[in-house]
Design a protein around this ligand. Structure first.
Ligand SMILES: C[S@@+](CC[C@H](N)C(=O)[O-])C[C@H]1O[C@@H](n2cnc3c(N)ncnc32)[C@H](O)[C@@H]1O
Length: 270
């Protein structure tokens, strides 16, 4: 790649000043890779040309920002995590109104998985799941609750590995290459845009999933988001991180106890 960290920082600084989207503390190697991808797609040769284009056109800026966030996700991603939530975490929450936050929910696969699981455990009536993401298009997609039919076979297998016992196809109708999940699964979902870096805490939760989001942040930004998650978690509430993320070496490590550390499930002290 032909650009330096300083050039990238300067570009991201201008993006922040113009749009309020702050990518300055995202891990440089992954940001560089994604900027290069965006340039390749648009057949742009230099960072200056990219910069000129995005500051001239709102649409180009919007597209550029979308390429900076990585939306990869799946239903019941890492099924053993969901199995553990189903068998060890949800039973501990069942006597209370339950508030769940899927922070960095991408196109909704995570909150829909939670919605299915809480229904099957008989908790849907007193559970509300808040699903948020920085990326507007991802939030829009999450609201639709439509996933490509081509991945449904993998998702069905994830669902069963995660302890699901029903017929998974009963949750959606299919047509034109898409699976549309039934609206009933949305009844307890609140889906909205929220930026973990610049927005504040908006509720107190019993369970927070913030998976595969901070992996793209540098240490300072990770600590900042950990502070937000800690503040947003009720005493005794549960935190679930992604496979490559960790509570260790964060300023909050000592306030959590491990529930299933291999699966990155932790409980905040009472
Ligand atoms: C790789 S996806 C993970 C989706 C889901 N949590 C999972 O594990 O399957 C990362 C998501 O984090 C979102 N994201 C990145 N930075 C964010 C921020 N500052 N605030 C909120 N969401 C953010 C991205 O838009 C993307 O949808």
């Amino acid at each position: 790649m032909q650009f330096t960290d300083e050039q990238i920082f300067e570009l991201l600084q201008h993006v922040y000043q113009q749009t309020g989207f702050d990518y300055r503390d995202y891990a440089t190697s992954s940001i560089k890779r994604r900027i290069q991808d965006a340039m390749d797609i648009e057949r742009i040769k230099t960072l200056e040309e990219m910069s000129r284009r995005i500051f001239k056109s709102d649409e180009a800026m919007r597209k550029f920002i979308l390429t900076l966030s990585v939306p990869t996700t799946s239903l019941f991603r890492d099924p053993e995590v969901y199995k553990c939530l189903r068998t060890r975490v949800l039973p501990k929450l069942e006597n209370n109104p339950i508030r769940i936050w899927s922070a960095g929910c991408s196109s909704g696969e995570e909150p829909y998985s939670l919605s299915i699981m809480t229904r099957e455990e008989g908790l849907a009536k007193h559970t509300r799941t808040y699903a948020t993401d920085l990326n507007e298009s991802a939030v829009e997609a999450a609201r639709k609750g439509m996933f490509r039919l081509s991945v449904m076979q993998d998702y069905t297998s994830n669902y069963h590995l995660a302890g699901g016992t029903c017929d998974f196809s009963d949750y959606y109708t299919s047509g034109y290459g898409w699976a549309k999940f039934h609206d009933v699964l949305k009844e307890n979902l609140v889906i909205s845009q929220h930026n973990l870096v610049t927005d504040s805490s908006f509720n107190e939760f019993n369970l927070i999933l913030c998976r595969n989001v901070m992996i793209y942040f540098n240490k300072a930004l990770q600590d900042k988001v950990h502070a937000l998650l800690f503040e947003s978690l009720a005493p005794g509430g549960y935190l679930v991180l992604g496979d490559k993320e960790n509570i260790r070496f964060t300023p909050f490590e000592r306030f959590y106890k491990p529930v299933a550390p291999v699966l990155k499930i932790y409980q905040k002290s009472e």
